[in-house]
Design a protein around this ligand. Structure first.
Ligand code: 13P
Ligand code: ZN
Length: 276
């Protein structure tokens, strides 16, 4: 192990940033990514830590994450540049024993701070860690074009977004059977939007921010990127469909979804299978 960049989770983090950039979801500094490190991964990268920075306030309290380490993108940093110079664009942070402060252990070598959406990332991590028995480790925020477009024309309701996006591709209810939550427009970067988003994350793995983008949670980089990709692809189909003609000639029906749920062994909540 010559450098921290050889470590597997660091490589996975960098690749995911670049994949998101290539999808067109990260104009300028848009979007952010965080990964909750495993204890053995912390031990693996500790030898590369720089002198630890000052403790700084997270801006919210996440006691369920006390003492944990995260790899996070930097605020104002461009996803486009992560692959070229990860030590400039990303960092590893440690949380204190109360889950109220963080300090930088590695990265952001030219200065800066973790993403402005750190409160949302950490509150989502806290909820998901508890809800999945520690399985979920990745929180991803992207400015997904088609999902954003839909937030101008669909009612901002969990039931509507879930159902419309399920209908656009047969695999969707299998990939996100719990559905999608929607947060109405709010000022980003603070505690209030973090509270609203993490409340939805108790039920869903996907939360849409109206006129802004999406948050996804998952076990690893593949599953979380794949989830973002699946939802956004479905949104693209819906945008295309609505552009061709506003009504559907045929679609996947509520009973089709119930049949699918049996064969694919997923539970699809009835609240999404309403009659239109
Ligand atoms: P950061 O550059 O602070 O991560 O902010 C980007 C963003 O997408 C805010 O919602
Ligand atoms: Zn954003």
């Amino acid at each position: 192990m010559n450098t921290i960049l050889d470590v597997k989770f660091v490589q996975g983090f960098i690749r995911m940033c670049n994949d998101g950039w290539e999808q067109g979801w990260h104009e300028r500094n848009g979007g952010n990514l965080s990964y909750r490190m495993k204890p053995e991964e912390v031990r693996e990268v500790e030898p590369f830590f720089s002198e630890k920075g000052e403790w700084r306030e997270i801006g919210t309290s996440v006691p369920g994450l006390a003492g944990e380490y995260f790899m996070v993108t930097g605020s104002g940093k461009f996803f486009r540049n992560v692959i070229l110079d990860p030590a400039d664009s990303t960092c590893i942070i440690e949380l204190d024993e109360k889950g109220e402060n963080y300090r930088i252990c590695w990265g952001l070598v030219n200065g800066g701070r973790p993403t402005s959406e750190l409160p949302s990332h950490l509150m989502n991590h806290e909820v998901k860690k508890a809800a999945t028995n520690g399985m979920h480790r990745v929180i991803y925020h992207a400015h997904t074009t088609n999902v954003i477009a839909l937030t101008f024309v669909l009612p901002l309701k969990d039931e509507v977004f879930t159902r419309e996006l399920w209908e656009m591709a047969t695999e969707c209810p299998v990939v996100f059977p719990d559905g999608i939550g929607v947060v109405g427009w709010m000022v980003p970067g603070g505690r209030d939007i973090a509270v609203a988003t993490s409340e939805l994350m108790k039920k869903y793995d996907v939360a849409i921010w109206a006129h802004h983008g999406m948050f996804c949670s998952g076990e690893d980089f593949d599953l979380t990127f794949g989830l973002m990709h699946t939802v956004e692809k479905s949104a693209e189909i819906l945008v295309k469909m609505l552009s061709i003609r506003p009504d559907k000639l045929q679609t996947i029906t509520p009973q089709n979804f119930r049949d699918l749920a049996v064969d694919f062994k997923v539970n699809l909540p009835e609240k999404f299978l309403y009659e239109k």
